[in-house]
Design a protein around this ligand. Structure first.
Ligand code: SF4
Length: 319
């Protein structure tokens, strides 16, 4: 699917992997920030359709099955988001990121209203739609495709891992075959596809995580968001971490695995995230997640010491 980014020379910019900000600069000609929007969705893994309780790491207590968000509420979320981002960044363009819960889990007319409302704002230059692999029927993909004919659209699928035992452990409510099916049905469409992947899941060996990397490389999607397993308040995982039942990766261990993972991916795949992202007040563990600058620098140091880059082991994948 991906491959059109091959002319972007991110190595010349001093990077060891292809970061999102370089891709956006290339695509939009300027710095672009994401505005996180709550479209008022719930999740089939919360409302009982697939399961109840949701994924063990997900703070989903607020996802009531009948949530509705008014059109003007989306407009004010955008306004608030832009005001907040402009305090920190010099950005003129923004992407509407439908992030919490499952953002394709609703009738098509609701999706249209939300996406049209977001795109009415001239400063909004695209959409990112976060969802689950088992919530993208063909009519939803057709609609996403329709929007992608005229604007930038990325569909974010929560794949997390290719291993069914891990998906069961996290109470995911679907297995790997759901991701395979969804990704196959996304092939050849206008929108970009980005996958969420978690490293450090209990019971996953280094070899298992590399198997996930090889599968992501083979899928050849446009982007991937990778992060370590981390715990936030109001989740089952938080209890498991506090009781010692689940042990989370230390930073150095995670970054060595991450470097191995990145080396297996194609060099044109955009790396949208490399670590967990939770507000300090909500994070239970590990604390090192909060040190973004240290994480980025340490990964760079590790890859420099190895003299390696994203994609260095990709030819091995394809052979
Ligand atoms: S992580 Fe996603 S799929 Fe899992 S319960 Fe939360 S919203 Fe649903």
């Amino acid at each position: 699917m991906a491959g059109s980014n091959q002319d972007i020379d991110w190595k010349a910019l001093g990077h060891r992997y292809f970061p999102l900000k370089v891709y956006y600069q290339h695509l939009f000609g300027t710095r672009v920030q994401k505005i996180s929007l709550d479209g008022g969705f719930t999740c089939p893994n919360v409302d009982g359709t697939v399961a109840t309780g949701g994924c063990t790491f997900c703070d989903n207590k607020a996802f009531s099955p009948s949530r509705r968000v008014r059109r003007d509420a989306i407009q004010s979320q955008i306004e608030r988001g832009i005001t907040g981002l402009r305090r920190r960044y010099d950005s003129e363009k923004f992407i509407a990121y439908f992030q919490p819960a499952t953002n394709t889990y609703g009738p098509l007319d609701k999706l249209r209203i939300l996406w049209d409302t977001a795109l009415e704002d001239e400063r909004v230059v695209g959409l990112i739609i976060g969802t689950r692999p088992d919530c993208v029927p063909d009519d939803v993909l057709d609609l996403v495709d329709e929007y992608a004919e005229n604007t930038y659209v990325s569909l974010e699928l929560g794949v997390q891992t290719i291993h069914n035992a891990s998906l069961d452990w996290m109470n995911r409510g679907h297995h790997h075959d759901a991701a395979v099916d969804a990704i196959q049905r996304c092939q050849g469409r206008n929108f970009e596809l980005s996958l969420h992947i978690m490293l450090g899941l209990p019971g996953e060996t280094h070899a298992m995580m590399m198997d996930t990397a090889r599968q992501v490389a083979e899928w050849n999607v446009e982007g991937v968001k990778i992060h370590n397993l981390y715990a936030v308040e109001r989740t089952k995982l938080a209890d498991q971490v506090r009781s010692g039942e689940v042990k989370l990766m230390e930073m150095d261990e995670y970054l060595e695995v991450l470097a191995d993972f990145l080396e297996l991916l194609p060099p044109w795949m955009v790396i949208e995230r490399i670590s967990g992202d939770a507000p300090p007040t909500n994070l239970v563990a590990p604390d090192w997640c909060l040190g973004k600058g240290t994480i980025i620098q340490t990964l760079k140091d590790i890859m420099q010491q190895r003299d390696s880059y994203q994609g260095d082991a990709f030819s091995v994948v394809k052979s």
